[in-house]
Design a protein around this ligand. Structure first.
Ligand code: SF4
Length: 486
């Protein structure tokens, strides 16, 4: 029998930046590396290699990616590491000049080179320096995301149902980085969901660049409703399904019916709208008007009781006038979204909006962002306050910092909050562990968060809370920092 230690090729740590879709790619690469004899270690254990899975979406994300890359290259130059691999969206977007700009990088792996991540690692370990890049064209069918080494808490997982986007919004660089929309076949999604649940997942969070487009390229019509029905009925043991990134189009009658009669699909929907003024929407090349958007929102609200609707907007798009912004601000005031985020427009070279006239001054963009958030804050707080005195099932994510003993505090989330982008529920309870789904009474709110007491004490001997399985790369096991638009 071979000694397992002789199979180890190298140790590595991993930094995953960007959105939930990039996180799934990170988990896939971690799984492939583990299969091929590479061992994930904490940064403190002096890994041989560091892999940075980057985000190249907007300027702040690029700056963050470059700063992590430079930190790693400095560490390599100081003799702490043998090699640095840069993967993901930034690598894809700047494939022609990343190595020129930062020659200390050893290997660059584009978005669709991720299946060959072990080869990139092998080149460093083997001292093969001639070939330093792996770029593949966007595939015509969705890539497999099974056999992942997950870095989210064990009880929740993101599941990518498609890749790429066909929309061509003028501000967005994603289609250039991730290619055209390719639907992951329904059987594969269901199988992947079953695997994840067998691995302990209770909350499945469906992600895509464009969720409601699911099926169009592969089946010739939108089939999200059918996918959701199959996930509800064919994945035993799954408690919650949460849906993100719904473009406001292709809400079919069947989809409304499915959402309205759902058992496991949470009454929570993320539908990025970007703007509401029709002239701005046209310049953004969005394919929905204000009237269509309002009709979708109205029907969702009548179909799904207690719906939590999350959206995002962009302020400071080229040419956005005071009047157009005022239209958006009035809309936010009137519609009372339960959850909302606001992005400042970022000028992205290579996108059609980059050439549009009417640049908005940075301070005006920031003032508009602050104005929208100042409208939204009291709305979100008032909506949260409505939960006080109500009972709600909460999934426990982790112990709250500083909690001790049997009756300590925990960080969890109810149906109203998606991880990383929304608030949390702080739960006082005994004998809980991450992954417990417990009934709680909401007692108070604190800004975007809620405070609750668990109404049931799971019957188990107290034990140390299970640690979420996370990567330990430099910069920490990163949570998604910037939701990518949809
Ligand atoms: S904003 Fe969303 S829908 Fe528009 S092109 Fe980008 S990923 Fe596609």
């Amino acid at each position: 029998m071979s000694d397992e230690s002789t199979d180890i090729k190298a140790t590595f740590s991993f930094v995953s930046l960007g959105c939930a879709k990039n996180l799934v790619d990170s988990e896939r690469m971690l799984g492939l590396l583990a299969q091929d004899g590479y061992v994930l270690v904490p940064e403190t254990e002096s890994p041989d290699l560091v892999i940075v899975n980057t985000c190249g979406f907007i300027d702040v994300a690029r700056q963050e990616s470059m700063s992590v890359i430079r930190e790693m290259v400095d560490r390599k130059n100081a003799g702490d590491l043998k090699g640095v691999i840069v993967a993901g969206c930034l690598a894809e977007r700047f494939k022609d000049n990343l190595l020129v700009e930062e020659p200390g990088i050893d290997q660059v792996v584009g978005v669709f080179g991720r299946e060959e991540i072990s080869q990139a690692a092998g080149r460093i370990v083997g001292g093969l320096v001639e070939q330093r890049t792996i770029f593949n064209p966007a595939p015509i069918r969705a890539q497999d995301d099974t056999a992942r080494l997950r870095i989210t808490p064990r009880h929740m997982a993101y599941l990518k149902v498609s890749e790429g986007c066909d929309r061509l919004c003028t501000f967005c660089a994603i289609p250039g980085m991730r290619g055209k929309h390719v639907t992951k076949p329904m059987d594969e999604v269901v199988r992947e969901a079953q695997e994840l649940v067998a691995d302990g997942v209770k909350e499945l969070i469906l992600v895509a660049q464009d969720m409601t487009y699911y099926g169009m390229d592969l089946y010739g019509r939108p089939r999200l409703a059918e996918l959701l029905q199959r996930l509800e009925t064919e994945v035993e043991g799954l408690a919650w399904i949460r849906i993100l990134y719904c473009y406001p189009q292709f809400f079919t009658d069947e989809l409304y019916e499915t959402l309205g009669s759902a058992k496991k699909i949470l009454p929570y929907l993320d539908m990025p709208l970007q703007h509401i003024d029709d002239r701005v929407l046209r310049r953004m090349n969005r394919r929905h008007t204000r009237a269509q958007t309002e009709s979708i929102i109205d029907r969702l609200r009548t179909t799904i009781p207690n719906l939590i609707l999350r959206t995002t907007f962009i302020v400071g798009f080229p040419g956005e006038t005071d009047d157009e912004f005022a239209t958006l601000a009035d809309f936010v005031e009137a519609k009372k979204f339960e959850r909302m985020g606001v992005f400042v427009y970022s000028d992205e070279p290579g996108t059609p909006a980059f050439k549009l006239p009417g640049r908005i001054a940075e301070e005006v963009k920031l003032a508009r962002q602050e104005k929208l958030m100042s409208i939204q804050r009291p709305i979100a707080e008032a909506i949260n306050a409505r939960f006080i005195g109500q009972d709600m099932d909460v999934i426990i994510d982790s112990p709250a910092p500083g909690g001790r003993g049997r009756a300590k505090a925990w960080i969890g989330r109810g149906f109203a909050d998606a991880p990383d982008v929304d608030g949390v529920v702080l739960v006082k309870g005994r004998n809980l562990v991450p992954g417990d789904l417990v009934p709680c009474r909401i007692e108070a709110t604190e800004g975007y968060d809620m405070i609750a007491t668990a109404l049931a004490e799971p019957d188990r001997p107290e034990r140390a809370p299970r640690k979420p399985r996370k990567s330990s790369g430099p910069g920490g096991p990163d949570k998604p920092r910037l939701p990518i638009l949809g």
